[in-house]
Ligand binder design. Structure first.
Ligand SMILES: Cc1cc2nc3c(=O)[nH]c(=O)nc-3n(C[C@H](O)[C@H](O)[C@H](O)COP(=O)(O)O)c2cc1C
Length: 346
């Protein structure tokens, strides 16, 4: 099976939900973009979809400087993530709630979690697990999948009640997860509100409390400004993810690659900086790294890969990303991640 086969299969299964287009850009004419006048959010962006589309545009307007004269080399994409050596600075994002796309005709949540975590592990990288209204302290599919992978995963908990977050973190600790975190922008989640699962805006004090509650590194996901990046540092977080949740929580935000440079200028070197939103291939990855991200996450393409062919689909998707990143690095003259600087952008 090849990645095009996986995507073909995903196109069949996601009929009416996602067109599995060659370019996934959140344009308002796309199948997924029906939210503005009341259709479910599905895999699309909130409201007009402009935040989703801006992620795409922010990457599209960046250009890579080709540099091909010099010694030949194969680029080294290895990345160190909280003491683990990964094959690439690219991980599977904390996506959840795909069971609402059609249950077993598409993919069940338990299988989705296994596909992301085990597929990423097979590709030498890490699958993150998210949180949705069907997850509870009794129903911890994400953490179960991380346990099956001997701890090789990251668990992100929605900004629920403090006590619940801390209990999820403890469960992740027990299975030896690499890190935990919360998607602070998840306080804008439609699904949680609809199913009466309370979620909250979190104060710096709240974040400090959850950081102190665990021995694992804590990641704050959903940062779109320097002020909030500094708040995450103040709270003692080990990493942030510059993210607008794939454009799913607030209409009319800038693209993540638009705000990444100012956040990097403020906190680079203090804590790890990850970014996501519209990253579809290694060329996009290289652009994010050139702007100062340490690593990136992949959202919608992981959904399509898991729906198309489970663990194998995710592995093929991640291998494609690694291959295209290595190609992009070679063609811009950078041998390792340490050599990537903003100079490789035109
Ligand atoms: C269907 C779907 C469900 C998601 N669920 C979660 C979640 O439970 N927790 C979370 O932190 N982010 C969630 N996200 C956001 C992703 O982690 C990621 O930030 C985003 O998808 C990146 O953008 P991309 O899809 O363009 O790659 C979800 C995204 C999608 C598309």
């Amino acid at each position: 099976m090849t990645l095009p086969d996986v995507r073909e299969k995903a196109r069949e299964k996601l009929k009416g939900i996602c067109g599995v287009y060659r370019i996934c850009d959140g344009l308002d004419t796309r199948l997924c973009q029906g939210h503005s006048y009341g259709r479910p959010l599905g895999i699309g962006g909130v409201g007009s979809g402009s935040s989703f589309h801006n992620n795409f545009l922010a990457l599209k307007k960046l250009h890579l400087k080709m540099k091909v004269i010099g010694h030949d080399f194969e680029a080294d994409t290895k990345f160190s993530f909280f003491g683990r050596e990964l094959s690439m600075p690219i991980m599977g994002a904390s996506v959840a709630g795909v069971n609402s796309f059609g249950g077993e005709k598409v993919i069940m949540e338990k299988e989705f979690c296994r596909s992301v975590v085990l597929g990423c592990k097979e590709a030498g990288t890490v699958g993150w697990r998210g949180d949705s209204y069907t997850y509870s302290l009794e129903n911890t599919w994400g953490i179960n999948a991380i346990a099956e992978a001997n701890g090789w995963g990251v668990k992100i908990v929605k900004p629920r009640d403090q006590d619940i977050i801390i209990k999820f973190f403890k469960k992740a600790e027990v299975v030896g997860a690499i890190a935990v975190g919360t998607d602070v922008d998840g306080c804008g989640s439609y699904a949680m509100a609809k199913y009466d699962k309370p979620i909250y805006r979190k104060s710096v004090e709240d974040l400090k409390e959850i950081v102190k509650s665990t021995s694992l590194p804590v990641i704050i996901k959903g940062i779109m400004s320097t002020e909030e990046a500094l708040a995450a540092v103040e709270a003692g977080a080990s990493a942030i993810v510059v993210s607008n949740h794939g454009g799913r929580v607030l209409d009319h935000t800038p693209g993540t690659a638009d705000v990444l440079p100012e956040i990097v200028a403020e906190i680079k070197g203090k804590i790890m900086i990850l970014a996501d939103g519209g990253v579809r291939n290694g060329y996009d990855v290289l652009k994010m790294l050139a702007l100062g991200a340490d690593a990136v996450l992949i959202g919608r393409d992981i959904v399509r890969a898991a729906v198309g062919a489970g663990i194998l689909g995710v592995r093929l998707q991640m291998e494609y990303l690694k291959k295209t990143l290595a190609k992009a690095m070679k063609m811009t003259g950078v041998k390792s991640l340490a050599e990537i600087t903003p100079d490789i952008l035109v």
